[in-house]
Design a protein around this ligand. Structure first.
Ligand SMILES: [Zn+2]
Length: 265
C-alpha cells in the first residue's frame, strides 16, 4: 500500500478518496497539540469502520507544535503535555515540530526552545520525531546532535525535505529518514530530486503535506493524500525502479520508523 506519511486532513471524504486509489495509510500530522482531539477522533472513526469489516484507511496522528506557532505556544506547552498526548494509541510520532527561519526569522529563540522540548519528549518516550526544517540547517543539526548525545536511540524524519546534499549527509549520519513531497516533481527542484536519487532507499518516506504543495500535474490545486502516488512515480523514475517497488519499500520504511503504528487498528 501507499502511505502518505505526512498530511493535514480535516474531513473523512478526503481520506476515503485516497483509500480508493490505494493510499491505504495516512499519518495525519498534528500542528497544535491543543487540537489533537479532533485528529484522534478521525483515526478512531476509521479504526471503528475497519473493525466492523468496512473499507477504510489506516490513520495515525502525531503530537506537536508547528514552529510557526512557537511564539504563542511557548508559555503553555511543556514536555509533559507532549508526553501525555503521545500516550494515545493513535499517536505514533512527536511533531510536527522544528525550525522555520523563512517565515519565523524574528522568533528563532522561541522556535529553538520549543523544538528542544519536542526532542526531549521524543527522547523520553522513545517515539520518533517528525521535523519541519526551512532555512535553519545549522541550528537544527546542533539541536539534533545534542539530542542524540543525550538519547542515542533518537530517531526521526525531516519531512518535506527541501534542503541540500550537505544537509542530507548530516541527516544520514544521524540515521534519520527524509521524506519526499510533491516538490520533487517540480522542474525547478532538480537539486532536491538529486538528493532523493542518492539517499539510502531504506531511509526514504513519501508524503503530500496536503493541502499544500500539490505535485505535478495537480500543481496549484488543493493537494490531498491521493496524490502521493505522483511523488512515488517520480521517485521510481529517479531510482530507476518500478513504482510498485517504491510502494513496497516506503511502506516498509514507514513501519520501521513508526514502530507504534500498527496495521491491525
Ligand atoms: Zn505539515
Amino acid at each position: 500500500m501507499f502511505i502518505d506519511s505526512h498530511c493535514h486532513i480535516e474531513d473523512d471524504e478526503t481520506a476515503m478518496r485516497a483509500y480508493a486509489v490505494g493510499v491505504c495509510g495516512m499519518l495525519n500530522a498534528g500542528k497544535d497539540v491543543d487540537e489533537i482531539a479532533a485528529q484522534i477522533e478521525m483515526c478512531a472513526r476509521f479504526a471503528q469502520l475497519r473493525q466492523q469489516g468496512k473499507e477504510a484507511p489506516l490513520m495515525w496522528t502525531s503530537a506537536g507544535v508547528h514552529p510557526d506557532s512557537a511564539p504563542q505556544k511557548l508559555a503553555q506547552i511543556k514536555v509533559e503535555d507532549l508526553l501525555k498526548a503521545a500516550e494515545n494509541p493513535f499517536v505514533v510520532a512527536i511533531g510536527e515540530c522544528g525550525l522555520d527561519y523563512y517565515y519565523g526569522a524574528e522568533y528563532q529563540n522561541e522556535q529553538k526552545e520549543m523544538f528542544v522540548r519536542h526532542v526531549e519528549a521524543a527522547g523520553i518516550s522513545g517515539m520518533p520525531i517528525m521535523i519541519h526544517q526551512r532555512e535553519a540547517e545549522a541550528d537544527m543539526l546542533a539541536i539534533l546532535k545534542e539530542g542524540k548525545k543525550k538519547y542515542p536511540a533518537l530517531s526521526g524524519v525531516i519531512h518535506c525535505f527541501t534542503s541540500n546534499q550537505a544537509f542530507a549527509e548530516e541527516v544520514k549520519a544521524l540515521g534519520f529518514y527524509i521524506s519526499a513531497s510533491g516538490i520533487i516533481t517540480f522542474k525547478s527542484a532538480q537539486d532536491i530530486a538529486e538528493v532523493f536519487k542518492q539517499y539510502p532507499m531504506s531511509k526514504i518516506l513519501i508524503e503530500t503535506d496536503s493541502p499544500y504543495l500539490a505535485p505535478v500535474p495537480y500543481r496549484g490545486k488543493i493537494n490531498e493524500p491521493a496524490y502521493v502516488v505522483k511523488t512515488a512515480e517520480k521517485l521510481a523514475q529517479l531510482r530507476e525502479v518500478e513504482v510498485s517497488e517504491i510502494e513496497r519499500i516506503t511502506e516498509e520504511n514507514f513501519f520501521n520508523l513508526y514502530l507504534k503504528a500498527k496495521k491491525n487498528i
